[in-house]
Ligand binder design. Sequence first.
Ligand SMILES: [Zn+2]
Length: 247
Amino acid sequence: MPLIENVTMSAFAEGRKTCRTVILPCGAVEEHGTHLPLGTDALHAVALAGEVARVAGVWVAPPIYYGLCRSGSRHPGTIGIRGSTLQCLVEDILRGFHQQGLLNVLVLSGHAGWTHMAALADACERVLFEFDDLRIAVLSVLDIGAAVWTDLIETPGDSHAGEVETSLMLHLHPECVTGRAPEEYPTFPRHILVRNKQAFWPGGVWGNPAAGNAEKGKLFMERSVKALVEIIEKLENWSEPPESDPA
Ligand SMILES: [Zn+2]
C-alpha cells in the first residue's frame, strides 16, 4: 500500500477493500547531540514504517512529528508538546482511522521517552474501549530493540543519539550526520525533578556515537522490519475472549 498522503480518494476507497491495517509513525523534535538531526526519531519511524508497509502491504499514515520531551527539553532545538496535546491528536487520528475502516492500527514511535510512551498508550487505551472492532498495538523502536540488536551493540545502556541511532542515521540519512558527538552517560538525580537538564546532560547523548556505523544501521533496520511484520500479522489475527460480567 502507498502512503495515505499520496493517494486519491478513489485509490484509498479501492485499497481499503483489501487492507484495513495502518501504521501511524510518531517522532519528536528533539536534540540528538551535536551530530544527529532534531528530527531523528521521526525520520527513523517514517523509514521503518515505509519499509514494513512495503513488505506487509499495509498503509502508512502521515506522521506525528512532535512528541513529549523531558530530558532533552531545554537543549537547543527541542520543541515538545504536552502529553495532553499528544493524546488529543492521537485519539482523534485513531477515531479517524476507525471511521475510514482502518481497523488494525500500529502506533510506532521513534521517540521512546517513558512519559511520551505512557501518554501514547493511555490515549490508545481510551480509543480501544470506544470501538469493539478496533485492534491497536503501541510500541517504540526501543521496545523491539532487545530482540533486534542486542547481539550487535557494543555500548551498554545506549539509548539516545548513541550507537544505535547514529548507525540508523548513517544508513538512512548519512547527509544529516555531522561528525560524532562524544560518548556520554548522564546521571540525573533520582526521584527529584530538575529544571536545568543541561547541567546533568550537557552533550545530549546517551551512549557512544563512535561505535555506530552504516552497516549496523542496515542490520538494525532489516531486523526491525522483520519483527514489526510479525507484530502486524499477530495484530491482524488478534482476537480476545469477551469480558464476562463481574461476579
Ligand atoms: Zn531518538
